[in-house]
Design a protein around this ligand. Structure first.
Ligand SMILES: *Cc1c(COP(=O)(O)O)cnc(C)c1O
Length: 436
């Protein structure tokens, strides 16, 4: 079963205005200014519910850890906490935000291919539930810190499953030539595992993989699952040790444009869970706890970005540039990996398209083009442009390039709007700068 964007999001539209979370986006732009990230809280909760229906409630002994790098703010982490999910962090800063959101330590998993000593100390001191080891140096480091702090760490190994992924090379992570994960070579992997077995203050849980992002095909997930299962069997054979946990990562694709296919979670997870159950039965293994780490699929479609249209430049017979008051500073993905988006003129959603234009950002970079050849009605300065599916890797990748402030973030729900991140001020942008 597959769904395309239009079936999933019948566009909310009243009096010619785009509504989001039952709020008039044009009024939001007026009240809070632009650029503005707007999240429909109910759409985030709907994703959490879909994960419960398709995974948590369907299969016992499972966890979902929201990969917070997709969108890590205190309010978002509070939502995830209240929804009962776990959390994946990849830096001291993300962990700091989780602590500020009172996120329970036991439900936090710490990923990252180059965790610093300070970050590991912070994580071990807070008592995070899992540390996912991604490099050969890390085990010794964790052991040392545990000794110093008198703490225990629960360890997973992130492996490189050596599978090729049908996604953009820039967001593919599971191939052999990758900076992520520990190579599958037995001579490399097993001595590390033995080290964990031998260390008093380390407890080995199992294996982790993450094959890539924005996937609408389950082949790579399934191939990597088989790799992890084989490792689990090998650990049983070598050490007579039953692996407690496998983490299958995230990567579930979403709809950015009409061309994208959104698969339901069960399309990925049912065959992975069936494969796991069959393999465990066949090899006399206990089915371990299964964890997944979706990021993008939980927040991407819930978020839109509002911009105000300014300069319009027409090159007859060539192209018409419609410039907005943000761009790569609030959404780097088109420039970073040619990501495609779609959007509408939020105050003219009822009007028929009359032209194709290129929506361009205001940063001093030629690659700062948000959407090419988008059909729009007649537009003029002051119109509000809404880009869809900007909830993941938008705010979290925002920058101050050209000294543009980071936009505000609004949560909407049933007609109510709430500021969850205030707009950065000019003064805040230079607060750490020293005047000589
Ligand atoms: C980025 C990442 C995820 C989440 O990926 P999505 O495509 O956003 O679901 C999960 N696990 C790890 C280790 C990651 O690096």
């Amino acid at each position: 079963m597959r769904k395309v964007r239009e079936e999933m999001f019948p566009q909310q539209n009243k009096n010619g205005h785009l509504y989001w979370g039952n709020c008039d986006t044009v009024a939001l732009a007026q009240k809070y200014g632009t650029p503005l990230y707007v999240y429909d809280e109910n759409l985030i909760l709907k994703e959490c519910q879909a994960l419960k229906d398709d995974f948590l409630d369907k299969y016992p002994n499972t966890r979902v850890a929201y990969a917070s790098k997709a969108f890590n703010t205190i309010a978002m982490l509070q939502l995830i906490k209240d929804a009962g999910l776990s959390l994946d962090v990849v830096s001291g800063g993300e962990l700091y935000t989780a602590i500020a959101a009172d996120f329970p330590a036991a439900r936090i998993e710490f990923n990252g291919n180059n965790k610093s000593v300070a970050e590991l100390e912070m994580a071990i001191d807070y008592g995070v539930g899992r540390i996912i080891v991604d490099s050969l140096q890390e085990v010794a480091l964790i052991q040392q810190i545990c000794q110093q702090l008198g703490k225990k760490a629960h360890i997973m190994f992130r492996i490189t499953p050596e599978v090729d992924v049908k996604t953009h090379a820039f967001i593919s992570t599971g191939q052999k030539d990758s900076k992520f994960g520990i190579p599958l070579e037995p001579a490399v992997l097993y001595p590390q595992i033995e080290k964990v077995f031998q260390a008093e203050n380390l407890e080995f849980y199992g294996f982790h993989f993450h094959v890539g992002s924005q996937l609408s095909d389950n082949a790579a997930h399934l191939a990597a699952t088989q790799v992890a299962l084989n490792l689990m069997l090998e650990v049983k054979k070598r050490y007579n040790y039953q692996v407690k946990e496998l983490n299958f990562g995230g990567g579930f694709g979403v709809c950015y444009t009409k061309e994208d296919i959104r698969q339901p979670y069960r399309y990925f997870l049912d065959p992975m869970m069936e494969l796991t159950a069959a393999f465990c039965l066949e090899n006399d293994l206990v089915r371990p706890e299964i964890v997944i780490e979706p990021g993008r699929s939980i927040v991407a479609e819930a978020g839109i970005t509002l911009h105000t249209i300014g300069a319009i430049k027409e090159l007859p017979g060539l192209r018409k540039y419609v410039s907005i008051d943000g761009g790569m500073t609030d959404n780097i993905r088109p420039g970073l990996y040619h990501a495609q988006y779609t959007g509408v003129v939020a105050n003219k959603v009822d009007e028929k398209p009359t032209q194709k234009v290129t929506i361009s950002g205001k940063a001093c970079e030629s690659t700062d083009l948000l959407i090419k050849d988008l059909p729009v009605p007649d537009v003029c300065a002051g119109d509000i442009f809404a880009t869809f599916t900007t909830g993941a890797y938008g705010y979290s990748m925002a920058s101050n390039y050209n000294k543009l402030p980071i936009p505000a973030v609004i949560f909407t729900k049933d007609g109510q709007a709430e500021v969850v991140v205030k707009r950065q001020t000019y003064a805040q942008m230079i607060q750490n700068e020293v005047k000589r």
